[in-house]
Every structure is written in structure tokens, then in C-alpha cells.
Design a binder for this molecule. Structure first.
Ligand SMILES: *Cc1c(COP(=O)(O)O)cnc(C)c1O
Length: 388
């Protein structure tokens, strides 16, 4: 039986040609295609700089390094995210804590953030050095308010926009960093555009940009302006910091840059799929995605929540019946603080009740640009059948 996945890539002949052209060129590793891809995304988003890396996980890590997170520091993020949004703090030796979600958007709640900052400050606790709001499903967090709190409490803001390329917030593209210090994108194949594996950090700050470049490639510079002594010769480079090899290949960048030509088309298509779901699934005992008026979503995911007071069948049963019918539903996300690794760090079930209650009702249904109309109709009919 064929399964309709919850997400998948859309690769065109032009994408394939772009990758093949790189294979015939002199550069396979990070080279001109990476620079081209970076410039294209930065220009599209209206950000000054973009640094491409081999995954969004790496992008989050080097962004956390640029924010100078280290032992004794604290990073706050949403419990309703992929583990990588929290792990980047741990890679740097920092502590991680979470801010519960807004029950309408499932994003990190600004009210909870404000309260937690105030209580932490009042009790003389450790304020976060960085906060990572995650634009869940592609819907931007309320960045205006988060940015105001960042100025007030002095933390760095890194947007995890892995779901949100092509989206907008208050009329600016997500990635413009208008209300943040850095923004991270993911180019994993289930996301809005893909480079197979890949990620990127955008920023408007020169100092962060230089740090990101160093961390991406072993902490090495070839720029004499940053060296501690005169270059010994044309071969000379210096390792200034402990960095990594997080470089993206030119093959991946060629695919990513080619996909960027269709990002608006992809997001428009995702919106039209969402509108059809909104229409066809209304009237069922489901909570459909609520959209904040300040936001134009990238629509990486379409999440429905079973209305618990009108429960027809248990959540797990609905999920299993949809899977059995060939719908590749998924669940985004298992609250990060409940993962055994984070429980060992002292978190418990019950710590972030809104994220946990959301988790007990959420189902991600198929959403991707290449989803065919008849397949979407099959998804709709099957959901109606299962919830009858
Ligand atoms: C996919 C994703 C990541 C990790 O992306 P990779 O490119 O697979 O490393 C991080 N954060 C969120 C919210 C994601 O959805």
C-alpha cells in the first residue's frame, strides 16, 4: 500500500541540472555555489549576512557559540520543538530551560516568557543569555514583544526558523533579523526548501558574522586582518578558536539555490493546501491551526488537535488508524523536557503542562508543495471516516 507522507521534497529537472553542473565543475566542497546560495537567501530575506552549514543543528550550534554561550550560562527555548533547538546550548556547556507554549499558536508564549523573566529576576536567579523562539509549523513567534523583552533583560535572540523560510512577520521576511540577532533555517528534505541536508544562519551583525565563519570551519582564518602575527607566506592560516567542519558542499548549495527560485511558489501552494484543509475539516472535533494576524506562515506543517472534550476515539487510536489507512501522519513534537536526557538534567513530566497537553492531542497531517489534489482529498476523506 502506498503511504502519503506528512512532508517531502519537490525536485525539478532544473534542480537536478544545477547539481549536475556542480559535479562537472572544479569545486565540490564549499565554493562558489555556497557563496551564491548565501547571497541569494540573504537578499531574499533582507539580511546582511548568511552563513551556510551542513544542517540546521550545526547552524544552531555555531549561533549559540556566536552568542558566547558557555558553562554557567542559560539558554531558554520552547519545549514544543525538535531536540536540536535545546541541544545547541548543551553543546556549549550551557544549561537549558524551557518556556511553556501559547495554546493558540503552540509557539513559545510571550506571556510565559515575560513572567518567567520577571520571577527569575526577582528571585535573583540566572537570567538567560540567549532565548531561541521556534517558529512552529512556520508561524512566526511574536518577535516584536520578544525583542522588547530582549532589550529589557539583555539576552540574545536566535530565531529557530527551520519551519519558516518564505514566511513573513509584520511585513518583513522571516530571516530579516529585524527583531533578532540571528535566524536559523533548515534545508532538510521535509522542510519548505531543501539542499538534502543543510542549514543557514542569517545575521545583520558583523561581529556575529565573523564568529560564525570561524566556527563553521575549524576556527581557521585566512584573513591577515584577524591574525596575531604577519602571515609567514601565501600558505599561512591561523586557527583562532576551536571550530568544527560544518561546511556545506557546493552540490547541496546548488540544489538549495535552485530551490530558492520556487520558495514563494512552494509557500503559496502550502497556503492553498491549508485553506482546503481549513474548509473541509471544519465541523469535525478538531482544532485547526490558528494564525496570528501579524504572521504569514511558511506552513512547513499542518497540525490538527483532537478536541479533548469531544473525543470520539483516543488520540493514539486516531493516529494508528490514519497510519493504517496509508496516511503518513506524524507528531511534532514530543516535549523536549520529557526526553530521558533532559529528565536526567532534572526536568519532569508536568513541568510545562501546555506543551504536554498539546502533545496528547496533536497530529501532523500531509503538507507539502507536491501534494496532489486527489491525495489531499483522500487524506480529508480518511480523516472524516476515522473521526466519524
Ligand atoms: C528540522 C529542525 C531542526 C534541525 O534541522 P536539521 O537541518 O535536520 O539539523 C531544528 N529545529 C527545528 C525546529 C527543526 O524542525
Amino acid at each position: 500500500m502506498r503511504t502519503i507522507p506528512y512532508g517531502r521534497q519537490d525536485i525539478s529537472e532544473r534542480d537536478i541540472q544545477a547539481v549536475a553542473d556542480v559535479l562537472r565543475s572544479d569545486w565540490l566542497t564549499q565554493g562558489p555555489a555556497v557563496e551564491f546560495f548565501e547571497k541569494k537567501v540573504a537578499a531574499y530575506c533582507g539580511a546582511k549576512y548568511a552563513v551556510a552549514v551542513n544542517s540546521a543543528t550545526s547552524a544552531l550550534h555555531i549561533a549559540a557559540m556566536a552568542a558566547d554561550l558557555g558553562p554557567g550560562d542559560v539558554l531558554w527555548t520552547s519545549p514544543n520543538t525538535f531536540v536540536a533547538s535545546a541541544n545547541c546550548g548543551r553543546y556549549c556547556g550551557a544549561d537549558v530551560d524551557f518556556v511553556d507554549i501559547d495554546s493558540r499558536t503552540y509557539n513559545l508564549s510571550v506571556e510565559e516568557l515575560e513572567q518567567k523573566l520577571a520571577t527569575t529576576a526577582r528571585s535573583g536567579g540566572k537570567l538567560p543569555k540567549a532565548v531561541i523562539p521556534v517558529h512552529f509549523t512556520g508561524q512566526s513567534c511574536e518577535m516584536d514583544q520578544i525583542w522588547t523583552l530582549a532589550q529589557q533583560y539583555g539576552f540574545i535572540v536566535i530565531e529557530d526558523a527551520s519551519h519558516a523560510i518564505g514566511g513573513e512577520y509584520q511585513g518583513s521576511k522571516v530571516g530579516s533579523c529585524r527583531f533578532s540577532d540571528m535566524t536559523v533555517f533548515s534545508y532538510h528534505p521535509v522542510k519548505v526548501i531543501t539542499s538534502a541536508e543543510g542549514g543557514m544562519v542569517l545575521t545583520n551583525r558583523d561581529d556575529f558574522y565573523q564568529k560564525l565563519l570561524l566556527s563553521r570551519s575549524h576556527g581557521i582564518t585566512r584573513n591577515p586582518a584577524f591574525m596575531t602575527e604577519e602571515p609567514h607566506g601565501p600558505w599561512y592560516y591561523q586557527m583562532l578558536e576551536l571550530g568544527f567542519n560544518y561546511r556545506m558542499t557546493d552540490l547541496q548549495a546548488a540544489l538549495g539555490a535552485s530551490q530558492m527560485d520556487r520558495v514563494d511558489e512552494f509557500v503559496r501552494r502550502r497556503h492553498s493546501i491549508a485553506e482546503r484543509y481549513n474548509r473541509e475539516l471544519s465541523g469535525l472535533p478538531l482544532r485547526l491551526p490558528w494564525q496570528h494576524p501579524d504572521n504569514y506562515s511558511g506552513y512547513h506543517l499542518y497540525v490538527v488537535c483532537l478536541e479533548q472534550d469531544k473525543e470520539v476515539k483516543p488520540h493514539r487510536q486516531v493516529f494508528e488508524e490514519l497510519r493504517a489507512a496509508g496516511i503518513g501522519v506524524n507528531l511534532h513534537y514530543i516535549p523536549v523536557h520529557t526526553q530521558p536526557y533532559y529528565q536526567r538534567l532534572g526536568f519532569h513530566w508536568g513541568d510545562f503542562p501546555k506543551a504536554e497537553s498539546y502533545y496528547r492531542s496533536a497530529i501532523s497531517i500531509p503538507m507539502y508543495a507536491a501534494l496532489r489534489d486527489e491525495d489531499q482529498m483522500f487524506v480529508i476523506d480518511t480523516i472524516k471516516e476515522v473521526l466519524r
